[in-house]
Design a protein around this ligand. Structure first.
Ligand code: 5GP
Length: 201
């Protein structure tokens, strides 16, 4: 029997450098799948439909909510984001580990419905550094940046129930830490025994 795929749930306030970090780590683990969320947010210039997100209309999103198609969903900064239940079920069934890049509201829902999730929170080095990064990104205006920083401060409080915190000061170091967590979690006693088919030592 195949082992059940693990769920790595990664949350970070926007501007924490999470996308770069995840890209690095994903390229190190070709066997890990990235969960592509559904969102009502319009795509940014460098984003591709089906790769970064499934970009859908608010009506389509609502229909999926009503059909119970989401394992979790949440509203973040006026847009809705959700993870399809089918893709989680499929990965778990295939024994493929999945990375979910979702906010803490969604993470909590995953924690309530699935066993064995690994919850990882990415912190910016400081709120000032976050403000600076959001400025440099040149995506949002000052008002939105101010709001995002306030949101980040709030969101970071949720890290209290996560398993791990990574402070993303230098992306190389943060990537090493994330890799280490993934490797260590794969070596947990109960998971290894299950994977190699030993039910009792
Ligand atoms: P962004 O618009 O910057 O890509 O993402 C905004 C926030 O939405 C981020 O905190 C991101 O983790 C979160 N997010 C992305 N996809 C999902 C999802 O499927 N569910 C939930 N709950 N949050 C998501």
């Amino acid at each position: 029997m195949k082992h059940e795929g693990l769920l790595y749930i990664i949350s970070a306030p926007s501007g924490t450098g999470k996308t770069t970090l995840l890209k690095r780590v994903m390229s190190y683990f070709p066997d890990i799948r990235f969960s592509v969320s559904y969102t009502t947010r319009p795509p940014r210039s460098d984003e591709r439909d089906g790769k970064d997100y499934h970009f859908i209309s608010p009506q389509q999103f609502q229909q999926m909510v009503e059909k119970g198609a989401f394992a979790e969903w949440a509203e973040v900064l006026g847009n809705r984001y959700g993870t399809a239940l089918d893709s989680i079920r499929e990965s778990r069934f295939q024994g493929v580990d999945l990375i979910l890049d979702i906010d803490s509201q969604g993470a909590r829902q995953i924690g309530e419905h699935f066993n064995g999730g690994v919850f990882i929170f990415i912190f910016p080095p400081s709120l000032e550094a976050l403000r600076q990064r959001l400025n440099d990104r040149k995506v949002d205006g000052q008002e939105v940046i101010q709001f995002r920083v306030a949101q980040a401060r709030d969101e970071m409080k949720q890290a209290k129930w996560y398993d791990y915190i990574i402070v993303n000061e230098r992306v190389e170091e943060a990537a090493e830490q994330l890799k280490s967590i993934i490797i260590a979690e794969r070596c947990r006693r109960e998971r290894v025994l299950k994977r190699i088919g030993i039910s009792k030592l």
